[in-house]
Design a protein around this ligand. Structure first.
Ligand code: SIN
Length: 271
């Protein structure tokens, strides 16, 4: 795809574009923003290098794509004075990291975030990559029989799976039902929308059948052929579309430190 204002280098045929020729620390023109929207629709996740964002620039960039999604479950990790910003941090004292299981961010919310913009300022000497997978491809490669079976089904997404036990006692954790296959509002394409990080069961079918079907689908979405893998450097950014991509943060760098901030863009009710 050709762009007027920037260059996008394909990471793998399925997913990922590394964007160059743009400075996200300053204001962007309408033409640049239009190109970024097109690039995100085309590549599902965009990567940027050497973008030392402060919180104001991070939030300003996110607002070019919608409002700011503030997820109730992530309240314990809000940056001081900036409820829009979530701290993503792991070091020698960590007992867990955010997002190790394959997931689409906050699919437990009634209107899950359209996208997430993760900025890391500190990265381990090696490791700490994030892997992304294309959920259009996950859907497209199902058999016609499986597609017909999934049509019209809904599944429960529960934040107790990802956040139970690590959020303060008594904190209300959202759970919401969404279609198993959703239609991307911008591209019109169908994407598989169940994930190991939040989805607990498919509604309206026996629980054993749901467990077996989800086990198959969770395995299916992880196929290496749908993926790309991002190697972080200090001041890199990944901006992914939660409506059509899943991701997994690899925690292979303990006891090293990996640290940064994430801002999420508001989305709509999955349909
Ligand atoms: C997340 O799931 O939002 C965190 C991803 C990462 O740390 O790479």
């Amino acid at each position: 795809m050709e762009y007027e204002t920037l260059t996008v280098t394909t990471v793998t045929p399925q997913i990922g574009g590394e964007v160059s020729g743009i400075d996200l620390t300053g204001p962007l023109s309408d033409a640049q923003v239009a190109d970024l929207h097109r690039a995100l629709d085309d590549r599902l996740v965009l990567f940027f290098r050497d973008q030392p964002l402060d919180h104001a620039a991070h939030i300003r960039f996110a607002k070019l794509f919608g409002g700011i999604h503030i997820a109730p479950s992530t309240a314990p990790w809000q940056a001081p004075g900036h409820p829009e910003v979530t701290i993503i941090h792991a070091d020698a004292d960590s007992t867990f990291v955010a997002g190790e299981d394959w997931h689409s961010d906050m699919s437990c919310d009634p209107e899950p975030p359209l996208g997430s913009i993760l900025y890391l300022h500190t990265v381990p000497p090696t490791g700490g990559d994030t892997v992304f997978s294309n959920m259009y491809s996950a859907y497209d490669t199902l058999s016609d029989r499986m597609k017909a079976h999934l049509e019209g089904l809904t599944a429960m997404h529960d934040s107790v799976v990802g956040f139970g036990g690590i959020t303060p006692e008594g904190m209300k954790l959202p759970r919401n039902s969404h279609p198993v296959v959703r239609v991307h509002p911008s591209t019109g394409r169908k994407a598989l929308y169940v994930n190991r990080g939040f989805t607990t069961y498919i509604e309206g079918i026996p629980r054993k059948e749901s467990d077996a079907l989800l086990a198959y689908l969770f395995d299916h979405v992880q196929q290496p052929a749908f993926q790309c893998r991002f190697s972080w450097k200090p001041h890199s950014i990944a901006f992914w579309d939660n409506r059509c991509a899943q991701h997994s943060a690899i925690w292979d760098y303990f006891p090293q430190t990996r640290s940064g901030f994430r801002v999420q863009v508001t989305g709509d009710t999955p349909r």
